[in-house]
Design a protein around this ligand. Sequence first.
Ligand code: KIV
Ligand code: ZN
Length: 509
Amino acid sequence: MDKIIIFDTTLRDGEQAPGASLNAKEKLEIAQALVRLGVDIIEAGFPVSSKGDFEAVKLVASKIKAASVCALARAIKKDIDCAYNAIKNSAHPRIHVFLATSKIHMQYKLQKAEDEILRLAVESVKYAKKYCSDIEFSPEDASRTEKEFLYQVLEAVIEAGALTLNIPDTVGYAEPEEFGSLIKGIIENVANINKAIISVHCHNDLGLAVANSLLAVKNGARQVECTINGIGERAGNASMEEIVMAIRTRKDLFGFTTSINTKEIFKASRLVSKLTGFVVAPNKAIVGVNAFRHEAGIHQDGILKKRQTYEIIKPEDVGFYGQGLVLGKHSGRHAFKQRLIALGIKLKENETQRAFERFKMVADKKKEVYDEDLIAIIDEELKTAKEIWQLEELTITSGTKITPFATVKIKSKTKSYTNSSSGDGPVDACYKAIDKITKIKGELMDYSIQSVTKGKDALGEVNVKVKLKGKEFSTRASSTDILEASAKAYINAINKFLSQPKAHQSLTL
Ligand code: KIV
Ligand code: ZN
């Protein structure tokens, strides 16, 4: 087999990252982007974990036909029933059963002995197999599991019908050579291993998730579990774009292909960043805005003479079309549309119209509109149009010798509401006024601001993490006015909270 199977877990492990919660519609939007990317398997969620997640997985499974849709389950009948119910309408359903096998997990977390773990692993795979043929089994914390016991569990679950054996480095503890040897050891010591595909699932606690996954591939793994932008539990998972581009760029070393249409990478990265509210670091490999920027004079000179002197990947191969000066206030609709096409952004006619109007407003305030500005404008325009609460007006007075005071007007459906508040600072005053209207008290856990491009008139992008009724929501918004961006980012978090099924029911206006 010369193809590495790409199993994307952005919607499951990725969504486990604190503050990354996604509603059903957002999960579907990402799943559709994953299909355009060409991933083989989409792990859509952990249905037993909440009613909302069950509904989200069900929606993804019913709409996505071009990839397998997988649901996670503990080795418990209730979980497996729930997982199957969520994915039964999928064209290619897969149930992913996991059970910890390391001494520390068995003793402290599960309080079970080896023989019981072995029995549960086999029984749960057999139970899941009654529902569908495609069963994946993960011995959780495999990299810290006693080798002989690991081999024993793997052999038994293959016998019980598991077709994919996923080897997780659950706590990101493994080192690349060691993890590669673990995969080699499995191939050499599990008698029936030729009946299953070996998968790997690496966490990034030591920054080694991608390296570990690649060493595993070199040693016989044929499925890699990963997430867009590397998001996931704690320090995250192996990043899909890095794995895919490493395999592609160093085909001379790996000798494998993937089914990923790499030109969709940048768009998918932006979408995940927008919907989770997680900013992509500028220096992030493959998808950071600096990934293809050459600052040093010697480098720029080299690039002009021969691109490959300093560039190992063509930006356009990952769907990145640079950040040249693009549009200004005199640019017309045609130029605007052409630029959207170049950026690979497809909009419906009414969306193009709205985005164009917003672009004109920004261009009036800001002389030069760059690609990043355009992407931010469009992200935002498409989002706010469907939102529960929308900002209409904001007036703030603030200064070094007065108490900041904000008056906010926001709209829900067709009705507008206005309220005012003072605060410790202009943002605090504004958020307090919003709380008075929505009657939901948000706790600001994190706030950051950065400029989308350069210049004093640049768009400011505000990222917030807001705790609402015990759950954190990360969102962002941009504007040439940073207080407007701050208000919008906060309102976006409230909207995200309100689009969770339960919260919606208790909405009181
Ligand atoms: O990290 C892990 O071990 C997991 C399993 C559920 C595969 O996410
Ligand atoms: Zn994981």
